[in-house]
Design a protein around this ligand. Structure first.
Ligand SMILES: Nc1ncnc2c1ncn2[C@@H]1O[C@H](COP(=O)(O)OP(=O)(O)OP(=O)(O)O)[C@@H](O)[C@H]1O
Ligand SMILES: [Mg+2]
Length: 234
């Protein structure tokens, strides 16, 4: 579904990603693991076209999307939930969700509705008319994912979805992400800690200093003390 091949990404003159390659098959849940500043967000921004790579190629469903504008990539079916959640504080929960609504162009399934989002995240239903500015971190994250789902993405990019959340809330999001997988969603999420990743992903890429250092099953990574000690928070 997604093929990232040898991309190099810069912020101004700073070279950040060095020949990053990764691929994700339809229906997979894949972790992008790495410490602070490893290049996780930059990888997602590169895929989304927000910080386009200078070289290399990115294909989505076999179609070249490298250096295409973000709206085009979103229209093709890539949804992005940034790490800062970006909730509009003066809009209600429902209004925030509706902002993500997008025509399901190539989307084959049943288009998402606010009611379906409330089914996925019942906690949001109770907050329907609450202003975005008055939500907890977990509520904001549910809202941010819900809003992105309204765009009917086939591939979902989640940047550190459980960062800063309490353990019980982390567990809850793990379950909801697996629910999305069961509904046929393909998911790439970033994370610093292998523990949460192990509970939802089958395979993982480990990134460090803008280079991919490991790719394989998460079960094998869990046993690989060398890679874990070198590149991850354990
Ligand atoms: N706008 C920017 N301008 C210049 N350098 C940046 C910019 N954003 C990030 N960087 C640098 O790029 C590198 C990779 O950052 P990135 O945000 O991709 O890491 P990350 O893995 O997402 O880290 P974190 O876990 O802290 O979110 C870091 O060295 C960072 O300092
Ligand atoms: Mg980041």
């Amino acid at each position: 579904m997604l093929e990232v091949n040898n991309i190099n990404t810069f912020y101004g003159s700073s070279h950040i990603l060095f020949g990053v390659s990764l691929s994700i098959k339809k229906g997979e849940v894949v972790a992008l693991l790495g410490r602070n500043g490893a290049g996780k967000t930059t990888t997602m921004r590169s895929i989304m076209g927000l910080t386009a790579p200078k070289s290399g190629s990115i294909k989505f469903r076999g179609e070249e999307i490298t250096r295409k504008p973000p709206y085009f990539i979103a229209q093709k079916g890539v949804g992005y939930v940034p790490d800062n959640r970006l909730i509009f504080p003066d809009l209600t929960v429902r209004e925030n969700i509706l902002l993500g609504r997008k025509k399901a162009k190539d989307f084959k399934g049943e288009p998402w509705t606010v009611e379906m989002i409330y089914e996925l995240f019942p906690l949001l239903k109770k907050l329907d008319s609450r202003l975005g500015g008055y939500l907890s971190g977990g509520e904001q994250q549910a809202l941010s994912i819900g809003r992105t789902m309204m765009g009917n993405p086939d591939l979902l990019l989640l940047d550190e979805p459980v960062e800063g959340l309490a353990p019980i809330v982390v567990k809850y999001f793990g379950e909801q992400i697996l629910k999305l997988k069961d509904m046929g969603e393909t998911i790439l999420f970033s994370e610093q800690n292998i523990k949460f990743a192990t509970t939802i992903a089958e395979s993982a890429f480990v990134i460090d200093k803008g280079k991919i250092k490991y790719h394989g099953s998460i079960e094998e990574l869990r046993k690989n003390d060398e890679v874990k000690k070198r590149y991850l928070m354990v």
